[in-house]
Structures are given as structure tokens and as C-alpha cells.
Design a binder for this molecule. Structure first.
Ligand code: NDP
Length: 343
């Protein structure tokens, strides 16, 4: 079916309407819809409309109320801010916390924001990119549910633990990367299972800890593997230590335990660190950074986010593509005529 093209505001309003119909109040619906609309605009579809079902089901299951306001614990004289998301989805807490984090990074040179007790299904690049657009370096990370075994281990322990980094470059395309620390996203393994295709070597192990090319065996009792062997395993461990232990929140294994096999959105914390790039007295950090980034491109290598920025540019002229089928379903969901299970 052919695509329809919507403006950012049109898609955001539609998704906000669907979330309102699903029980989210105006503030939560608008914040969650922004993360999904940004993902659709940049063609990061795994974190766009696709995530609606998880968000709506979590509300229906009573995991999120869709109404609780985040509670900010701002240590006014320290470079630390904590926000208790109250078991709701993270975007509203994040939207409220980022301005506080940015102000503290400017004041102290380095600042950290912990979002505690949040449901998390979002990509992390919107947060680090927003900070980079304000001239700040940024790191963001979070656990998820336990799906990934440590390198050399035999059973799942880590989440797919995403890590994102942003760095301003003086134009509207900061250097940004954002990826899971598993060798591949869990959703990809699902697709292999649906297509009945063997997994490439090195993606997963079965319930006995043996290497497996069987997607079902990896998903049912087995585990994904970290990217880069022991190196990815160590980075996933660091994320559990910083974005769970340090901020006083759940490890991926504890988030899974709390879920109790229901398969709802992971409930844990997120850590965002912002950096004032003038803190050590560096001169023109933007030109200095560009020497490196230009040298990467001159070799024919592409920078992370290059594909995303191209998609965004296309959306700015043509609009955001959405299939006619999905558009019709979303409009019915907005009116409460279509159940999320059908979407
Ligand atoms: P990818 O493996 O596709 O890697 C994505 C990153 O790598 C992007 O920054 C991408 O840029 C860049 N990239 C991809 N290909 C290249 C290339 N050839 N050269 C240079 N850079 C490249 O993503 P993942 O599947 O690991 O993660 C996808 C998303 O899932 C992330 O946004 C992550 O935050 C999210 N996630 C969220 C979780 C959660 O619990 N909330 C859990 C796990 C993942 P570009 O976008 O331009 O292609």
C-alpha cells in the first residue's frame, strides 16, 4: 500500500491522540508521542509507532498509570539531579530533567541526571542530541530486561543495554551514536524466528549455554551475546554498574524478575551525563573536533547518525512517510474504535 506523508506536527498530534485514548494524560501522551515521532521522522522505526503496542499494553496491565507526574529531587548545590518517574514511561521525566542537567553542566563543568523507576522502551539519541544542540557533550545509558549472556557465560544476565554519546560540531548535525551493547537487537532475532531462518554464528546461545543458530532456542531460555565479545560484555557491565547500581535502581536481571514473565516494558533507571566542553579550557573545540570527523569521512567511512540526518532532511521536505494501512489503524485507535491487540 502506498505511503502517506505527514508533517511532524500532524504525526505527533495523531500519536498523542492515540495515547490519550489509551489512558495517558496530556503531558505523558505528548512527551511519549515526541519520542515516537522523532524516531519515525529519522526512520528509526524500531522506536517509533512500533512501540505503541508496548506502551498501551503497559498502561492496560496497570504497570503505568499514565497520570503520575515525575518528582524532581534537585540537589541545588551539587551537580546531581534525580527524578523519580513513579513507574511511568521515561519521556516526561526526561523532558523535565534535561534543562536542569544542562544548567548544572554549565555551572559545574560536568553534571549527571538519574531518572529512577521509569518504564523504558525508547531510543537514547534524542536526549544526547538535544544536549549537543545546546553545545554540551553527553552520554546516556540504561539497562533493560535480561536478554544477554556475558561473553563466556551460559545464561542471560545483561539487558541489551543501550549507550549513546553526543558531541556538538558547530552545525545542526552533532556527532551522535546510539546502539545496544548486544550483538543485535532482540527484535531482529524475533524476525528470524518468524521467517524460520537460521541465525548467523555468534548471535546467541541455547538454554544449555551452547552456541545456537536457532532463533527460538535463543529466545526461549537461551540468550543473546554481547557485541565485541568480552569488550562488549565489559561495556554492558559498566552500564549495569553506572545506570543501576550507582543511581540506586534495578539491574536488568532485577527488572526481569519484577516483570515476572509478563513481557511488559522494562522498569529500571536511566543515567544521563552532560559535559561542558570548555571545562578544561580547550580553545575552539568545534574546529578541533571537525579535524577528526572530517578525516573519518575523507576515508569514505560514514559517521553514525549520517543516515538518520539524511532521513530527517527528507522528512523536512516530503513529510514523514506512513503506510495508508497504519494511518487508517491509528485514526481508528485515536477514536477508540480499534484495540491495540489488533495493531
Ligand atoms: P545499530 O546496530 O543499528 O546501531 C545504531 C548506531 O550505529 C546509530 O548511531 C547508527 O547511525 C550507527 N551506525 C549504523 N551503521 C553504521 C555504519 N555503517 N557506520 C557508522 N555508523 C553506523 O542499532 P541497535 O540495534 O544497536 O540500537 C538501535 C536503537 O535501539 C538505539 O537507538 C538504542 O537506544 C535502542 N535501544 C533501546 C533499548 C532500551 O531499552 N530502551 C535497548 C536496546 C536498544 P544511523 O542512525 O545514522 O544509522
Amino acid at each position: 500500500m502506498t505511503d502517506t506523508y505527514l508533517s511532524y506536527d500532524q504525526l505527533h498530534a495523531l500519536l498523542t491522540g492515540v495515547l490519550r485514548a489509551g489512558g495517558y494524560n496530556a503531558a505523558h501522551a505528548a512527551a511519549i508521542a515526541h519520542t515516537m515521532t522523532q524516531a519515525e521522522r529519522d526512520q528509526c522505526r524500531s522506536h517509533g509507532i512500533y512501540r505503541l503496542a508496548g506502551v498501551l499494553k503497559s498502561r492496560r496491565a496497570g504497570l503505568a498509570t499514565g497520570e503520575k507526574a515525575p518528582v524532581i529531587h534537585d540537589a541545588a548545590d551539587r551537580p546531581i539531579t534525580k527524578i523519580d518517574a513513579g513507574g511511568e514511561f521515561a519521556p516526561l521525566a526526561s523532558a523535565q530533567g534535561l534543562p536542569l542537567l544542562a544548567a548544572k553542566a554549565r555551572r559545574y563543568g560536568l553534571a549527571a541526571l538519574a531518572i529512577n523507576h521509569c518504564l523504558h522502551l525508547a531510543a537514547l539519541w534524542p536526549e544526547v542530541e538535544a544536549l549537543a544542540h545546546q553545545g554540551l557533550g553527553a552520554l546516556a545509558m540504561c539497562p533493560s530486561n535480561a536478554y544477554v549472556a556475558p561473553a563466556g557465560g551460559i545464561r542471560k544476565l545483561f539487558g541489551t543495554n543501550p549507550l549513546a554519546f553526543g558531541w556538538p560540531t558547530g552545525d545542526d548535525r552533532p556527532y551522535v551514536f546510539d546502539f545496544a551493547t548486544s550483538v543485535i537487537a532482540r527484535g531482529e532475532i524475533e524476525l528470524y524466528r518468524l521467517d524460520n531462518k537460521p541465525l548467523p554464528d555468534g548471535w546467541g546461545i541455547d538454554r544449555d549455554g551452547q552456541p545456537s543458530n536457532d532463533a527460538a532456542a535463543v529466545l526461549d531460555g537461551g540468550a543473546l551475546l554481547p557485541f565485541g565479545g568480552y569488550k562488549g560484555s565489559a561495556i554492558a557491565t559498566m552500564i549495569e554498574l553506572l545506570a543501576a547500581v550507582w543511581i540506586g535502581d534495578l539491574l536488568s536481571s532485577e527488572s526481569s524478575e519484577a516483570d515476572g514473565g509478563r513481557g511488559l516494558a522494562p522498569l529500571h533507571g536511566e543515567l544521563i551525563i552532560a559535559i561542558d566542553l570548555t571545562a578544561f579550557g580547550a580553545g575552539d573545540y568545534e574546529s578541533h573536533s571537525r579535524i577528526l570527523l572530517d578525516a573519518i569521512r575523507e576515508q569514505g567511512a560514514r559517521l553514525p547518525s549520517q543516515r538518520r540526518y539524511a532521513a530527517r532532511a527528507s522528512a523536512a521536505t516530503r513529510g514523514i512517510p506512513i503506510s495508508a494501512d497504519n494511518l487508517a489503524k491509528l485514526r481508528r485507535m485515536e477514536k477508540g474504535e480499534l484495540d491495540v491487540e489488533l495493531y
